[in-house]
Design a protein around this ligand. Sequence first.
Ligand SMILES: [Zn+2]
Ligand SMILES: [Zn+2]
Length: 412
Amino acid sequence: MLLACHDCGGIHRVVPGSAHGSFACATCGRTLFRNKGRGIEHALALNLAALVLFGVANIFPIMSMSLGGQTQAASLAGSVVALYRNQMPGLALLVFLVAIGVPLVRIIGMIFVLGQVLAGGRSRLRAPVFRIVWKLHPWAMTEVYLLGLVVAWVKLRDLATIEPGLGILALALLIVIMLWAESVLEPGEVWERIGPQVREPDSGSEVFGFLCCHGCGLLVPQTEAEHVCPRCQGALHPRKPDSLARTWALLIAAAILYIPANVMPVMTVTSLGRGEPDTILSGVKAMIALGMWPVAILVLFASIVVPCLKLIGLVYLLLSVQCGSTRRRRDRTILYRVIEGVGRWSMVDIFMISILVALVELGEVATIQPGQGAVAFAGVVVLTMLASASFDPRLIWNIEESGRESSASTRT
Ligand SMILES: [Zn+2]
Ligand SMILES: [Zn+2]
């Protein structure tokens, strides 16, 4: 079958055999297709298990804190409610979406699509649902939330007695199951079962006349092409529309927000009447002063280094594309993949704040309140994630002009 590479737009002929192995794009190195055997059945079973664990993680408290004779327990939903009660409705909504809403939608969507495919169902919804489930992937941040919990636990460990709850165990298992489900499933195989490639271009020269859907990878003859993909109903265009202008706009907005995110306090800790606002950097300094080196380095990296490198990296990619550079295309594609993959981990600080706010509500003894800096910082993370999503990596290659079909190299 023919597959178009998501990252460089090159078109490759792949012969899916029975043997285990994967095909990589000969141009940019991205994995095109992995033979997974009974992957769909396994992924369905794992997603059903994930749904149960998701329920457990949401019903039971994730951790509880005892201080000065008072005990406070916090759950996943509790950390959202705590932000809302502290006049942070936007931040509460964001944490709800990425920690609860999107992961749940992904699990249910996956169960629906895989169930339909296996049972031979003909629902018209399976293709758009599968496209959306796949697109939502970076916004399901369960594993980042767990890391935020660990950071919060380390910060509170010396001040109070912290007891882990059943919720945190379910959350950790949920992450393992979801990673497992992801590793056994080849999306290309699901797409083939939903709707196989109707007409294959048979010679290299004919490939010119085909548009590749960025949602499902279907190759649509340009003459027949309307504005939507016949398989997944996604918008169909040669490249993401206005990719450069959109990415620039989002990047500039993120760079402006980066200033208040670092200058304004992200939270205020009040203990026995004395309160002190903390910015991201002063929080890191305080952790270093207390000897919490690993966590301090983690927060410094996730909250300061990663957003900065993302901004610089994307500006470099944009400028190099606009200059029509043909140098180091493969390295630039790898840089793009790193930027796309690493961005969500910056949410660690926001999750840590949400759990601290929910746990430390002990009136006179101690309270922690979120600050406006946290809102600005969350804005930076969301905007840079949208920026990397709106950048079209195929612009680095612009293979369409030199359009050719090459054979994929096989990896086993
Ligand atoms: Zn490629
Ligand atoms: Zn499509």
